[in-house]
Design a protein around this ligand. Structure first.
Ligand code: PLP
Length: 305
């Protein structure tokens, strides 16, 4: 693939498979993503120069387009190639790869796909170390929403919920289902530990099928935890021993308080240590053959057969 000439210091991304300077990666006003937020996006972790679980992200992106009525000939393999190319072009070692697929112009069902990667320090912020504090936000999740389960470009509701939580001194906002049970964070999935059970709300609560969520459910089996998908009431969350928020960007973050109530010890317990060790290790290509990976390898993120 030819690489265009670029000004010194200018970074490159990929548009519909072709390298492009970041400054030229634009979406025209005619694209329906501009007016309606019609389209989907992915944020993929990059560790040691490799996009982590890229195949899973690519698959979710294609499924998301289908759920928004934007089914196209775009396939996950192509997206994996373009994503890898974006990481190589930007020479990113530790950071994120972003992939965005728009609806395309009026009348033409052809998504535009833009992919670019950036160095970003791992989330080892003070908040991450001390544990996260979340508020409860009135925004509800539910299968009735046509956007349910998609990582839609129409993201302003979650963005604002998080912004409001941050303005009140919280790190994240928890959203409930239409029945008032725990659904997910604005950009994270929720897990709790009960003895040897690792429990997370089912997808039927209208939540995003998080790539980290699926990965951790799988890893749990390899470290003698019993993964469960069950509705979680607020009281159950508050009684749990090690509640988490999980996402590509957070990894596994301990949730230490909801509203102003502390949960459990408020510090990482044994399950947190075990899961984090597996998660980080696998992300960096370590433990590829250990029981904890339960067949999940870094390569599997790219190999989507
Ligand atoms: C609403 C929502 N739930 C869950 C997640 C976690 O998903 P993933 O693990 O794929 O990053 C995200 C990620 O941004 C999200 O926006």
């Amino acid at each position: 693939m030819e690489t265009p000439a670029v000004a010194a210091g200018e970074k490159l991304g990929v548009v519909d498979g072709r390298p492009s300077p970041l400054s030229k990666m634009v979406v025209p006003v005619f694209d329906r993503s501009v007016r309606y937020g019609l389209g989907v996006f992915e944020t993929v972790g990059v560790h040691a120069g490799r996009p982590f679980l890229l195949g899973q992200h690519a698959r979710r992106l294609v499924q998301g387009l289908g759920r928004l009525g934007l089914a196209s000939s775009l396939d996950p393999r192509t997206l994996v190639r373009w994503g890898q190319r974006a990481v190589e072009l930007a020479s990113v070692q530790e950071g994120v790869l972003r992939i965005l697929a728009t609806a395309g112009d009026d009348g033409a069902l052809r998504p535009r796909v833009l992919a670019w990667a950036m160095e970003e320090p791992p989330t080892a912020s003070e908040a991450f170390e001390r544990g996260l504090r979340a508020s409860i936000h009135p925004l509800r999740r539910g299968p009735a929403s046509p956007l349910s389960g998609t990582k839609s470009l129409a993201y302003a509701d979650c963005y604002l919920a998080r912004w409001q939580a941050n303005a009140r001194g919280f790190d994240e906002a928890i959203l409930c289902s239409s029945e008032g049970r725990i659904a997910e964070g604005t950009a994270s999935n929720v897990f709790i530990v009960e003895g040897s059970r690792l429990v997370t709300p089912p997808l039927s609560e209208g939540i995003l099928p998080g790539v980290t969520r699926a990965f951790i459910l799988e890893v749990a089996r390899g470290v003698s935890l019993e993964p469960m998908e069950e509705p979680i009431e607020m009281a159950r969350l508050m009684r749990s021993s090690e509640p988490y928020l999980m996402s590509t960007q957070l990894g596994l973050a301990l949730l230490v308080a909801v509203a102003d109530k502390m949960i459990a010890e408020g510090s990482p317990g044994p399950v947190t240590h075990t899961l984090r060790r597996s998660y980080r290790g696998i992300g960096r290509g370590e433990y590829a053959d250990s029981a904890a990976t339960a067949g999940w390898r870094v390569e599997r993120g790219m190999d989507i057969t």
